[in-house]
Design a protein around this ligand. Structure first.
Ligand SMILES: CCCCCCCCCC(=O)SCCNC(=O)CCNC(=O)[C@H](O)C(C)(C)COP(=O)(O)OP(=O)(O)OC[C@H]1O[C@@H](n2cnc3c(N)ncnc32)[C@H](O)[C@@H]1OP(=O)(O)O
Length: 252
């Protein structure tokens, strides 16, 4: 994740005041946690193989195209055979899902493979988040028909997925950690597909193990979704690394 000052196009809505106990700006997080604190150290995490991101980008093109197959004039029998050929080529050569869970937690961790921002994950749009000096994280993304819920609009569960992830990211940027314990979402107006959406999340307050984080999705100046979450500092065992626990600091 790169550090970026406010950029135009984020709706211009001021962030609410931070909680009474702490300042969650990047500078304050650095002071609190010391020089070793390096949230999201690598803006461009290198792929394990230079062709990996290209391969997944092609899969995303396929994802969009296959979502449009119905009512097209494509000869589908032939397409299905050709896709099966590629799948047959890949399946026996890639690690098993349980092995993959282990390798995800080495090197760049899950930052490259999570379902929101991970360049390696064909499910991810992907969303590229930036950490800002005011302690918020932001992104802009345009979502296509594969993410549709109501006609022409983003599925509410997809918004929730993105929001959960970006609140976790905001926690990390603010020097906080934790699992999502509870969050609530207000869908204020329809979230359009095929239009740029401005995403924003920030830590509102923190006390002991608890962090309260807020997030919004805007289409231009229009508020589409707002959310508030409670995160609790906790750790979970890391697959394939007995005795190792993660506090979700490596998931952005
Ligand atoms: C760069 C980083 C980017 C990272 C992005 C990744 C984001 C991904 C975010 C996720 O998807 S996390 C996955 C979804 N979440 C989970 O799977 C969590 C599952 N739940 C748990 O593991 C436990 O419930 C949890 C660790 C959250 C809490 O269990 P604890 O046993 O530690 O809590 P405990 O019962 O001791 O409660 C501690 C306090 O929190 C309060 N609390 C717990 N759960 C609550 C809840 N659900 N709502 C409100 N308050 C809650 C509880 O009342 C209490 O308050 P007090 O201390 O004031 O008494």
């Amino acid at each position: 994740m790169t550090k970026q000052s406010d950029s135009p196009g984020f709706g211009g809505v001021p962030l609410p005041k931070l909680g009474p106990n702490e300042d969650f700006s990047l500078e304050a997080a650095r002071k609190r946690l010391g020089e070793t604190f390096e949230p999201i150290p690598t803006p461009e995490l290198p792929p394990a193989d230079p062709d990996l991101d290209r391969a997944v980008a092609e899969l995303r093109r396929l994802r969009e195209a296959t979502a449009a197959l119905a009512h097209s004039e494509v000869e589908l029998g032939d397409i299905a055979d050709r896709l099966a050929e590629v799948a047959d080529l890949l399946e026996p050569r890639v690690p098993s899902p349980s092995k993959r869970l282990e390798t995800m937690w080495t090197g760049a961790g899950t930052r490259r493979s999570n379902p929101v921002a991970g360049p390696e994950n064909p499910l991810a749009p992907p969303v590229q988040f930036y950490g800002c000096d005011d302690g918020s994280v932001r992104a802009e993304v345009t979502l296509g028909p594969v993410y549709q819920g109501p006609p022409g609009c983003v599925h509410g569960g997809v918004s929730a997925l993105i929001i959960d992830h970006m609140m976790g990211f905001a926690n990390h940027w603010g020097g906080r950690f934790g699992m999502t314990a509870h969050y609530e979402i207000d869908y204020r107006s329809p979230t359009p597909l095929l239009e740029p959406l401005s995403l924003r999340a920030w830590v509102q307050e923190g006390e002991g193990r608890k962090t309260w984080t807020h997030a919004t999705i805007h289409a231009g100046e229009r508020l589409c979704v707002e959310a508030r979450g409670l995160f609790l500092e906790a750790s979970v065992p890391v697959p394939g690394q007995p005795g190792t626990e993660s506090m979700l600091g490596d998931g952005g």
